[in-house]
Design a protein around this ligand. Structure first.
Ligand code: GLV
Ligand code: MN
Ligand code: MN
Length: 410
């Protein structure tokens, strides 16, 4: 197998990074699903796929496939890939690394004169980030049958546009959405490369992580209704302050996550809206998001049950109402031992130092793993930073990961 080119990986990553709706200094990269930069980046990636001889196709939810055809078209294919959409003010690696390294891996395989028996596709999954529609992994979720056309008609962005409507406007054939769904046996195996987004590899100075499992999110939208009032006029004991109630709820949630017996549990309140939002007004209404993750369903369910008690206690203490709407409750993935063993063997054979990890962040593989044996390879994130303009991965580390990816895919 020829060597992965860190220069090529860098070139394509830097080119993708130019498709950015926040290009101002210090603002990082923002590429939200089906905005102009995201649509332009799709065209660019298709051109890079074609340049290395991949056959490009796209399904009805916008998942893009770049396929290196195998010698036996009757066999189920092998998949790799990730996403090109970002959170707001992100870096240039989360998601994109998996696509660029996937293209490089397929180029290495074909330029080494290897014709794999099975076709291998590098996939750009539509909108792994929930940035536009508030729900993650739209493309891979649809493939897993967990996002139906009916769901897409209900899913709206901040302007009230539905995913179904946007797909239709862009000319996707929504009547073919049922064909996006994959069943067991349709895909032989899947291996996604991603940056770690945590500090284990960087701390240990190990270039490759072998991912045993992927945590899954549970998301609530919470609304606390209190009583709006005058910040100077109302005594502390007379208040029903929705924001103070929210703070108590948040601190209790933090305690629940920190004291959980689960192997890996996180809880985050990442978006809070305080109304009416003025310095001299006691907030009457607060809306906020809750994101709870774990590698096992049971730990999440224990926290969910305890949160019901927190809700009741906060209502009682502050004289407010707390409404919790469960929007999403995804199932964590245990990665396929068969695929993991392939990666373990490649690391051994190529004398690449590796380390076994679980992923706190979710990935498209969480959903691909519902219908195919799936696993992931991680490469180091500097200081574990991600979802930030300061996200960084060395191109040499990406090349090392690509080498392991390429050897594992064929
Ligand atoms: C994906 O970006 C996540 O939030 O885990
Ligand atoms: Mn992300
Ligand atoms: Mn990602």
């Amino acid at each position: 197998m020829i060597k992965a080119s860190s220069a090529e990986i860098r070139r394509i990553l830097e080119n993708i990074n130019r498709f950015n709706s926040t290009p101002e200094e210090g603002e990082g990269t923002t590429r939200v699903l089906f905005t102009e930069p995201e649509l332009e980046s799709r065209k660019y990636i298709k051109s890079e796929m074609e340049a290395v001889g991949l056959k490009v196709t796209e399904d009805s939810v916008g998942n893009i496939f770049g396929t290196l055809e195998g010698s036996d078209p009757t066999l189920s294919p092998v998949w790799t890939g990730s996403h090109i959409d970002t959170v707001l003010n992100a870096g240039m690696f989360d998601g994109m690394a998996g696509i660029v390294c996937g293209i490089e891996a397929l180029k290495m395989i074909s330029r080494s004169g290897i014709t794999p028996k099975r076709s291998i596709s590098v996939i750009v999954y539509t909108s792994e980030e929930p940035t536009r529609f508030g729900l993650s992994c739209l493309g891979s979720r649809t493939m897993a049958g967990a996002l139906t056309p009916e769901d897409m008609k209900r899913l709206t962005d901040k302007d009230g546009k539905t995913l179904y409507g946007v797909l239709t406007e862009l000319g996707y054939d929504v009547s073919a959405l049922p064909d996006v769904v994959r069943r067991e046996g349709d895909v032989f195996a899947s291996l996604e490369l991603h940056i770690e987004q945590n500090r284990h590899l960087d701390d240990a100075k190990i270039p490759v992580g072998i991912v045993r499992g992927i945590c899954a999110p549970t998301n609530y939208e919470v609304v606390i209704k209190g009583v709006q009032g005058h910040a100077g006029g109302m005594a502390m004991e007379d208040r029903h302050d929705a924001f103070m109630a929210c703070c108590r709820f948040a601190l209790e949630l933090e305690k629940l996550a920190k004291s959980s017996q689960g192997e890996y549990v996180t809880a985050t309140i990442g978006r809070v809206r305080v109304y009416p939002g003025a310095v001299n007004v006691i907030p009457g209404y607060v809306g906020f998001s809750v994101d709870i993750r774990s590698i096992d369903m049971e730990s999440k369910e224990i926290i969910m049950a305890q949160l019901e008690k927190v809700k009741a206690a906060v209502e009682e203490e502050y004289g407010v109402s707390v409404e919790m709407r469960l929007d999403n409750h995804d199932i964590p993935l245990k990665c396929s031992e068969t695929v993991l063993n392939v990666v373990r063997d490649v690391c051994k054979d190529t004398e690449t130092e590796s380390m076994e990890l679980i992923s706190g962040p979710y990935h498209d593989s969480l959903f691909v793993g519902r219908f195919a044996p799936a696993a992931m390879i991680f490469v180091p994130s500097k200081n574990g930073i991600s979802h930030s303009k300061d996200e960084w991965t060395d191109f040499e580390d990406l090349a090392t990961g690509t080498q392991v990816l390429a050897e594992s895919l064929c």
